[in-house]
Ligand binder design. Structure first.
Ligand SMILES: [Zn+2]
Ligand SMILES: [Zn+2]
Length: 279
């Protein structure tokens, strides 16, 4: 099982690697720059080389980058939409330089338009990005809690985007367990999780899921309110999360924890808990 956490890059990308090493992770997720800015400071070639060498040395088998929050590839506003496409293209370039395996993106929000308008808009943006350049890393569409005008709460949205994107080989899915539960997919028991995986197979295809964001949920089923929580301590609970980790179709995926880090040692505790839930 490849398992890791989302690490902080305050103090630089090498610092992110060091955190993963201390936690004995075999995978990690990070932002390539501050998620609340459009553009990061340039990373020079020497730092990139060092990052790649250390990653190999530390046995981090899977490297996942996460899209910054400002990007909205479904934005109705043309200026914001174009800026998002440019910024996304630049971030993918950085991900490729870092030899990342995956680049996780949110599907954005249609704001005042409709879901179907937003899906078309997002797909157009993605086709533009993919027509410019062949990416080394796979772009993963993350499901969301489905709040407000946000797209991606329903697996149907993601399936439709797959139907509209031309270079499908560059595309996969990141399944966030907390978001799925908050969007209304019940995964709180072993039995329900079985049904959930069948539904995932019928809509998106489990093969397309490359990364699982393994999070418990602070909020109830179908809350549409995105709050991650510690493994086994939230509304999904240990039984459901254990059924996800051990499901024959999911156990080979890359698992990343995005659980809260308010106190020292919480990542370690959550990783240990995942270890205990594995069969
Ligand atoms: Zn995310
Ligand atoms: Zn997530």
């Amino acid at each position: 099982m490849l398992l890791g956490v989302h690490v902080s890059i305050s103090g630089g990308i090498i610092n992110g690697l060091e955190q993963a090493k201390r936690l004995r992770c075999t995978a990690l997720q990070m932002f390539s720059h501050s998620p609340r800015t459009w553009r990061g400071a340039a990373i020079d070639d020497r730092e990139i080389e060092r990052f790649i060498a250390l990653r190999r040395q530390y046995g981090i088998e899977s490297l996942v980058l996460h899209v910054p929050y400002l990007i909205n590839l479904a934005a109705p506003d043309n200026t914001l939409w174009r800026r998002s496409i440019e910024s996304f293209t630049e971030d993918i370039r950085v991900a490729d330089r870092l030899k990342a395996d995956y680049f996780v993106t949110h599907i954005g929000g249609h704001k005042t338009k409709t879901i179907s308008w937003g899906i078309k808009r997002f797909s157009r943006a993605l086709n533009t990005i993919l027509s410019r350049k062949t990416t080394r890393c796979t772009i993963l569409l993350e499901n969301t809690a489905g709040s407000g005008s946000g797209l991606g709460g329903s697996f149907e949205h993601i399936a439709e985007i797959f139907g509209r994107v031309k270079k499908r080989k560059s595309l996969g899915v990141c399944l966030d367990t907390a978001h799925a539960f908050q969007a209304g997919y019940d995964i709180s028991t072993r039995g329900r999780t079985g049904g959930f995986v069948r539904l995932l197979e019928d809509t998106i295809g489990v093969d397309r899921v490359k990364v699982v964001h393994l999070n418990d949920s602070k909020t109830r089923l179908a809350s549409h309110h995105d709050r991650h929580w510690h493994i086994g301590k939230g509304c999904i609970g240990s039984e459901g999360l254990s059924a996800i980790i051990n499901h024959p179709l999911l156990r080979g995926k890359v698992f990343i924890l995005e659980t809260p880090k308010m106190e020292e040692g919480e990542d370690r505790r959550n990783l240990k808990k995942v270890g205990r839930l594995r069969r």
